[in-house]
Design a protein around this ligand. Structure first.
Ligand SMILES: [Zn+2]
Length: 103
């Protein structure tokens, strides 16, 4: 019974934690980093079903998410163009996809 509570509790934590961290990361980067689940809900379900395997994996992957998130918010890593919604790297003055100014 205690084990069930631990599994459910940590899975819910994983869900909310992953939602916060993954919100800033493009989906294709999430897939590259995790190699497993690509959505917060996927992580949570994985934890419930295969806790012994998925939870330690999440703890390992979340460090990379956590490193990635502040880099993205500072303008490093892929950014999403507000005009065409495509991703671009670095800090260009104009979107390489649609040519709109990015200031
Ligand atoms: Zn664009």
């Amino acid at each position: 019974m205690v084990m069930v509570l631990v599994v459910l509790g940590t899975s819910i934590w994983v869900w909310f934690d992953a939602r916060t961290l993954m919100a800033r990361i493009p989906e294709e980067e999430c897939r590259k980093i995790s190699g497993l689940a690509t959505s917060p809900f996927g992580w949570a379900i994985g934890c419930v079903l295969l806790w012994l395997f998925v939870f330690p994996r999440y703890l390992f992957v979340r460090r990379q998410y956590a490193v990635y998130s502040p880099l993205v918010s500072l303008g490093f890593g892929p950014q999403r163009c507000p005009h065409c919604s495509k991703f671009y790297e670095g800090l260009p003055a104009f979107c390489p996809q649609c040519g709109q100014a990015l200031t």
